[in-house]
Design a protein around this ligand. Structure first.
Ligand code: SAH
Length: 387
C-alpha cells in the first residue's frame, strides 16, 4: 500500500470494527481507506452523500442514521472524525480519548499546504503543473484570465494504486475534487482538510446528480479560480460522460484537459486473470453498454452482428439485462456453452468473480451477479481465477 495507508496499521485494522463519524465529502476518504484495509466499517451521520449510500447498498459498510454520541464508540477499535464540522470532530476526538478508542491517525494522510498559500495566481500554477507531464490536450479558456481549470482524471477501477502517476498528482494538487462512486475513494484520504470534495455519484435506478448540475459545479468552481479535478472511475471517455463535461467547460471558456485512466472494461477482467484477447483463441474484443437491452428500442447496437462477430464481448452496466443479452447472442449463433465471467467490485478487497455459461445466463441464472460488474463473454472467460 502506498500513502493511502500504513501496512502495520492495516494489519491491525483487518476485520476489526472501525467507525467513521460524518456522512459528507470528507468522510469518503477515511471510509475508502478503512475498506482497503479490510476493516469492518460503520458510519454514523444523519445523512450520507451518494457514494457512501452506494457502499451501504452494496453491503460494504454499515450506517447508523443519527448524530454521533459517545455510545457509538462502544466496541470500536479505531474512529475517524470526518464530519464537515470542526466542532463535531473535536467532540469525537475527546470522546474517543475518554473511551480509550484509537483515532485513525491523520499522519497517514498527506498534509498538503492550503493551495491558497501556494500561489496567488492559480491559473499559472495549474498550467505549469499539468502541461508537460501529462501530454494532455488542453482547450478552451484564456490563460491570461484569473480562471482556474478543470482536469478530467480517469481514476482506474477503484484501487488507489491503479490510477496513473499524472492522475494522482493532479488529485493531490486539487482545490476541489468532484468525485464519482466508482473512483478510487481511498485516495481522497490523502487530501488535506481544506480541499473541497463534491460527491456527484449516480446510483443506477437510484440517487443521482443531474449532468447539468455536475457541469455547473465544474464551471463555477473553475471560474472562482480553483484547480478542479473531476475524478471518475476507469477512463473518463469510456461510458464516463467525460466528453459532455469537456464540452461544457470549453463552451464556458474554462481550460479543460484529460488524463486518461485504466478502464474497468479491460482491467476488471485482468484482475480476475482474464485476458480480453489471447493468441490462437480470439483476435479482438468489443466493449458494450448493457444499459439498453437488445430488445429495448433505445439500443443502437447490432446485437446479432455482435453475436456473429467472433470477438470477446465485454459488457458494462449490464447486470439487469444480462439474460436478455445472452438470449440475443445465442439467437445470433453464439454457442450456449460459451463461458462467461462477471467480475464484481474489481480492484477492491471485496472483488469476486462469477463464472457461468451463456446458456445459463439466458435462462436467467444471473442472481449471483451484483453491480458493479464487468461481464466477459467468450472463450477467454475460461481463464477466470478467484471465483
Ligand atoms: N468509465 C468507466 C466506466 C463507467 S460505466 C471505466 O472506464 O471503467 C460504470 C460501469 O463500469 C459499471 O456499471 C460497471 O460495469 C463498470 N465498473 C466500473 N468500475 C468497476 C469495478 N471496480 N468493478 C466492476 N465493474 C466496474
Amino acid at each position: 500500500m502506498s500513502e493511502s495507508g500504513s501496512p502495520t496499521l492495516d494489519l491491525l485494522l483487518e476485520g476489526r470494527p472501525c467507525l467513521v463519524v460524518g456522512g459528507g465529502g470528507h468522510a469518503i476518504g477515511p471510509v475508502g481507506r478503512l475498506l482497503r484495509a479490510r476493516a469492518q466499517v460503520h458510519v454514523v451521520a444523519p445523512t450520507l452523500v451518494t457514494a457512501l449510500q452506494d457502499l451501504v447498498e452494496r453491503d460494504l459498510i454499515t450506517w447508523s442514521p443519527h448524530e454521533f454520541t459517545a455510545a457509538d464508540l462502544h466496541g470500536i477499535l479505531v474512529v475517524a472524525p470526518a464530519s464537515d464540522s470542526p466542532s463535531l470532530d473535536a467532540a469525537v476526538h475527546d470522546a474517543a480519548e475518554a473511551a480509550g478508542v484509537l483515532l485513525l491517525p491523520r499522519s497517514t494522510r498527506r498534509e498538503t499546504p492550503s493551495p491558497s498559500h501556494v500561489t496567488s495566481s492559480p491559473a499559472v500554477e495549474v498550467d505549469d503543473a499539468l502541461e508537460p507531464s501529462t501530454g494532455a490536450a488542453r482547450s478552451g479558456g484564456d490563460r491570461g484570465e484569473r480562471c482556474g481549470s478543470v482536469v478530467l482524471v480517469g481514476g482506474g477501477p477503484g484501487s488507489p494504486e491503479l490510477i496513473t502517476v499524472a492522475g494522482r498528482e493532479a488529485v493531490l494538487r486539487a482545490d476541489v475534487v468532484v468525485v464519482d462512486r466508482l473512483a478510487p475513494l481511498a485516495l481522497l484520504d490523502d487530501l488535506g482538510p481544506e480541499v473541497e470534495i463534491v460527491d456527484v455519484s449516480k446510483i443506477p435506478r437510484g440517487r443521482f446528480t443531474p449532468q447539468e448540475e455536475i457541469n455547473a459545479v465544474l464551471v463555477d468552481r473553475a471560474r472562482a479560480g480553483k484547480r478542479v479535478v473531476r475524478l471518475k472511475g476507469g477512463d473518463p471517455f469510456v461510458f464516463g460522460r467525460g466528453m459532455e463535461e469537456h464540452i461544457a467547460c470549453s463552451e464556458a471558456g474554462v481550460p479543460v484537459s484529460v488524463i486518461p485512466g485504466v478502464t474497468s472494461a479491460v482491467s476488471a477482467p485482468a484482475l480476475a486473470g482474464i485476458p480480453v484477447t489471447h493468441r490462437g483463441l480470439v483476435q479482438g474484443f468489443a466493449i458494450v453498454s448493457g444499459h439498453a437491452a437488445p430488445d429495448d428500442p433505445r439500443s443502437t447496437i447490432d446485437w446479432a452482428a455482435l453475436g456473429r462477430s467472433g470477438v470477446t464481448i465485454v459488457v458494462l452496466m449490464g447486470v439487469e439485462t444480462l439474460p436478455r443479452i445472452a438470449r440475443a447472442l445465442i439467437e445470433a449463433g453464439r454457442d450456449a456453452d460459451t463461458p462467461v465471467a462477471s467480475v464484481m467490485d474489481a480492484a477492491l478487497p471485496s472483488q469476486r468473480t462469477h463464472v457461468s455459461t451463456l446458456g445459463r445466463f439466458a435462462d436467467g441464472a444471473t442472481q449471483e451477479v451484483r453491480a458493479p460488474a464487468v461481464t466477459v463473454i467468450g472463450d477467454v472467460a475460461r481463464f477466470a481465477q478467484g471465483s
